[in-house]
Design a protein around this ligand. Structure first.
Ligand code: OMP
Length: 232
């Protein structure tokens, strides 16, 4: 996943025609599209439409399959293998299953030239008590397993800042929770993320293209500020 705008859309819509229409309206403002289980499974079951490959074809953008894989290693590998066969560019997996499970995801993903992103701390409030205390260890684990990056909460930019220190500059940080969950566009990137992930505030807006354009301007501004600050 290459960065130009710093923006990834979470295309969480179930109707494939709607997904494709929105993707076409916003593709010039985003770097990648993220899809999750509902928006992939239903079109496949109902209309035999593989929305992952379809979105890649119509937009030319990378498509990240957000399955939040969290099983024992051989099952994780089987799930990632299916996502590879469906044509995903990258997969999102959990980190809390441990090294064996995350490594099996990374290995299978690599056999399809897919990238693996590991969730270290969810953006929702409930993550503070249970996940947050483990997050730094999970970030180290993700690094040790050779993942391309981690998922860290835009709703808590100070946590993104901390995770950046742990994973260094080599790994990517993707940060969801902007917009509908309260994160402010640009804040996670200023704190050290590479990309912000935005779903409902673009997808459910009356004018997805305009909304994507506006948010993309904010993420680009944050990227410029950060690269400027690093140079000085
Ligand atoms: P909105 O809240 O509508 O912007 O959607 C956020 C998207 O990011 C959804 O697709 C979530 O599944 C995803 N997400 C989170 O919201 N929080 C996380 O901690 C991790 C993810 C993710 O892995 O993408």
């Amino acid at each position: 996943v290459k960065r130009r705008y710093g923006l990834i859309v979470a295309l969480d819509v179930i109707e494939p025609e709607q997904a494709i229409s929105i993707a076409n309206q916003i593709k010039e403002y985003i770097d990648a599209i993220k899809v999750s289980i509902p928006s992939v499974v239903l079109p496949l079951a109902r209309n035999k439409i593989n929305i992952i490959s379809r979105l890649r074809e119509v937009t030319g953008l990378p498509v990240i399959a957000d399955w939040k894989v969290a099983d024992v290693p051989h099952m994780d590998s089987m799930i990632v293998d299916v996502l590879g066969k469906l044509g995903a560019t990258a997969v999102i997996v959990h980190g809390f299953m441990g090294e064996d499970a995350v490594s099996s995801c990374v290995k299978t993903a690599e056999s399809y030239c897919m990238e693996t992103f590991v969730v270290v701390e969810l953006s929702s409030p409930g993550a503070v008590r249970v996940m947050q205390p483990l997050g730094e260890e999970l970030a180290l684990l993700a690094r040790g397993c050779g993942a391309s990056g981690i998922i860290a909460p835009a709703t808590r930019p100070e946590r993104v800042q901390q995770y950046r220190k742990i994973v260094g500059e080599e790994m990517m940080i993707l940060s969801p929770g902007v917009g509908a969950q309260g994160g402010i566009p640009g804040c996670a990137i200023r704190a050290g993320a590479d990309f912000e992930i935005v779903g409902r505030s673009i997808v459910n807006s009356d004018n997805p293209a305009e909304q994507a354009r506006r948010i993309s301007l904010e993420t680009q501004r944050a990227i410029n500020e950060r690269t400027g600050a690093q140079e000085t």
